[in-house]
Design a protein around this ligand. Structure first.
Ligand code: NAD
Length: 485
């Protein structure tokens, strides 16, 4: 391998790479081959202390820097990220196993979008003036202080920026802990931000497993926690944050529905379902894994889906021609294979895939089950792999009720050519993001997040500002104080 995937050191603190080899070793494995491509060390208490104290020391003067200046640095970082997109995408592909075809358009570029967007907003963040006759109140939009970000492994660079960009735009400092499965890209985000002129200490990266995340969440000096992860982890982190009355953003899991009506454009529906189930080998939180197909087009839909799926190019993820890569880890592959076995055992009809591929790495075939019913495990639990369940429906109201019959509420999609039905169904969906005649797009301009067990708060868009800042009211009296005695 000519490309070096070993980072300079495990952590990035106070504007520099920092190592502490007393921390437990974490091997970084290339999912396409199973090779160890880097080793990092989990953060020790001393490393966490350095990260927190440097963030606290830097935050006050950053908050006092004008929004225009903060934004300029962030937008410079966005430009640098785009210039380095190729190298960042190669690294992201080594870290996650996702095809370069995807990482080159959806990872560092999405991180750059967040830095550019929130960099642009930074100068516009203001309070308001509230007249009260002679007296008045003005509000100040202030940062929260020290934010902690904890990431999942499916979009490492993107998650590092989706949390870091709004935090920095609002004048906060952040300590980010990437997933232990994909620790590499966040270090690059930190490096670029500092090269772009970000003062030391404002964006720190520390490595580690859940215990390191938990230490950060419970530290009394931390004001806000933003987690991207599973619902079980979300419950723990939310509870720990509640103990300290900290602000939270929870971006959690899903089991999202897609309703495809008889009058849908089949090519669009098949395309949406491919994006919503097989992109990133199915490792996307908002995936539409419960595909409800109205019985009138079921056969046509399944046939066309199988035809298009057969053209997927499965192979070396660094090859730009490859369009379908491995699962992120052996553990995740085994979870997915376990669900496939459950699907078969519970009577779902396997119509495509269903097996591990006979090659190195953690490849699972794109898998489709038909005749899935609502109570089957594969229709109820988040699989986080390339396993699509097709369920039948006839009646719109019944389809909506079944779509909503889940603890999750991250996303939902509808394919139909009936304009009023598209909006009626979207209004009825219990989900944070709905799609009409497309699926799984997440532009930085639009709020993204879950309802029900899928989360709390929103990332991206102006909505994220509410979750990284707080309002202070200042009452100004213009006359004497009217006290009763
Ligand atoms: P995970 O919940 O296992 O881990 C997420 C992160 O939390 C990791 O960094 C982990 O080290 C950390 N963590 C674990 N226990 C912790 C604790 N007690 N305290 C603090 N931190 C702790 O999730 P994963 O397997 O890395 O990612 C897959 C999950 O993430 C899926 O459920 C997926 O739906 C979800 N996800 C959600 C979104 C979204 O935006 N809603 C995006 C991507 C992934």
């Amino acid at each position: 391998m000519t490309y070096s995937t070993q980072p300079t050191a495990s952590h990035y603190i106070n504007g520099a790479y920092v190592e502490d080899s007393n921390g437990a070793e974490i091997s970084v494995i290339y999912p396409a081959t199973g090779e160890v491509i880097a080793t990092v060390h989990a953060a020790t208490p001393a490393i966490l202390e350095q990260a927190i104290t440097s963030a606290l020391a830097a935050q006050k003067s950053w908050a006092a820097t004008s929004g225009t200046e903060r934004g300029r640095i962030m937008r410079r970082a966005a430009d640098m990220m785009r210039e380095r997109n190729h190298d960042l995408s190669v690294l992201e592909t080594f870290d996650t196993g996702k095809p370069y075809q995807e990482t080159s358009v959806a990872d560092a570029t999405s991180a750059a979008d967040a830095l550019e967007y929130f960099g642009g907003l930074a100068a516009t963040l203001t309070g308001e003036h509230i007249p009260l006759g002679e007296d008045f109140v003005y509000t100040r939009r202030e940062p929260l202080g020290l934010c902690v970000g904890i990431g999942a492994w499916n979009y490492p660079a993107q998650i590092a920026a989706w949390k870091g960009a709004p935090a920095l735009a609002c004048g906060n400092a952040i300590v980010f802990k990437p997933s232990e499965t994909t620790p590499l890209s966040a270090l690059k985000v930190a490096e670029i931000l500092h090269e772009a002129g970000l003062p030391a200490g404002l964006y720190n990266v520390v490595q580690g497993l859940g215990d390191v995340g938990a230490s950060l969440v419970t530290d009394p000096r931390v004001d806000k926690v933003s987690l991207t992860g599973s619902v079980p982890t979300g419950r723990k982190v939310y509870a720990a944050a509640a103990e300290g009355i900290k602000h939270v953003t929870m971006e959690l899991g899903g089991k999202s529905p897609i309703l495809i009506f008889d009058d849908a454009d089949i090519e669009a529906a098949v395309g949406g379902v491919i994006l919503g189930n097989f992109y990133s080998s199915g490792q996307i939180c908002s995936n539409g894994t419960r595909v409800f197909v109205q019985t009138g087009i079921k056969d046509a839909f399944l046939n066309r889906l199988a035809e298009r799926l057969a053209t997927a190019v499965i192979g070396d993820p660094q090859d730009p021609e490859t369009s379908f890569g491995p699962m992120v880890s052996e553990a995740q592959m085994n979870i997915v294979l376990g669900y496939i076995e459950k699907g078969k055992a519970e009577g779902a009809r396997l119509v495509a895939g269903g097996s591990r591929l006979d090659r190195d790495g953690f490849f699972v075939e794109p898998t489709i089950f038909a005749d899935v019913t609502d109570e089957m495990t594969i229709a109820r639990e988040e699989i986080f792999g390339p396993v699509l369940s097709v369920l039948d429906f006839d009646d719109e109201a019944d389809g909506i009720a079944r779509a909503n019959d889940t603890e999750f509420g991250l996303a939902a999609g509808v394919f139909t050519s009936d304009l009023t039905r598209a909006h009626r169904v979207s209004a009825a969906f219990e989900a944070g993001t709905c799609y009409i005649n497309t699926y799984n797009l997440a532009p930085v301009e639009a709020p993204f997040g879950g309802s029900k067990a899928s989360g709390v708060g929103r990332e991206n868009s102006k909505a994220a500002i509410e979750h990284y800042s707080q309002i202070k009211s200042v009452y100004v009296a213009m006359g004497p104080v009217d006290a009763p005695y």
